[in-house]
Write a protein that binds this ligand. Structure first.
Ligand SMILES: [Zn+2]
Length: 75
């Protein structure tokens, strides 16, 4: 794909950090080569990338563990 589905902007492959939720946990996968719209920032994940993310979350060894602040919107 070279054109954004939403805004018709051009897309390019960029290394980005991906937030991924699985079984109640939040995972961050760093430097994932994802197709990103230069105009609106929409991300497009290929089947191959999605599969790799699934594998990493289930079998990969985390480099580090972060503490994530959780806030209530209505506080
Ligand atoms: Zn776009």
């Amino acid at each position: 794909m070279k054109e954004c589905y939403f805004c018709k902007g051009t897309t390019e492959i960029k290394n980005v950090d991906v937030d991924f939720r699985w079984e109640g946990n939040l995972y961050v996968i760093k430097d994932v080569p994802v197709e990103v719209c230069a105009q609106c920032g929409e991300r497009y994940y290929s089947a191959e990338i999605s599969k790799r993310i699934d594998e990493l979350v289930q079998k990969g060894r985390p480099q580090e563990t972060l503490k994530v602040p959780v806030l209530e919107f209505s506080q």
